[in-house]
Design a protein around this ligand. Sequence first.
Ligand SMILES: [Zn+2]
Length: 94
Amino acid sequence: MAELKSCPFCGGEVKIIPEQVDARTVAYNFVCQNGDCCANVYFDYSNKEESIEAWNTRKPMEAKVAELEVLHDLVNMNQKLAVSQAISIVRGKE
Ligand SMILES: [Zn+2]
C-alpha cells in the first residue's frame, strides 16, 4: 500500500476508514487523526488503491494558497480604489 500524505489542513496523520455503503461497495474515508482538525475526506471510488491515489495526488495546498493570495491582492486593490474614489467624491473633485 502506498504511503498516505498528511492532512492538507493541519499536517496531521491520516487514517483510512472503510465504510460499507451497500452489499458490494466499500467507500474509503480519509480521516485526520488530529482531534482539533476534523478533516474527513471521501472520494467516490470503491477501490482502495484508486482512493489512495486520489488522496495522494490532490492539488497541493500551496497552489491554492497562491490563488487566494492573488485574489486577496485584487480585493485590496479594489478597496483602495473604492476608498480613493470616495475621498475624491467627499472632497468634491469628482
Ligand atoms: Zn488535519
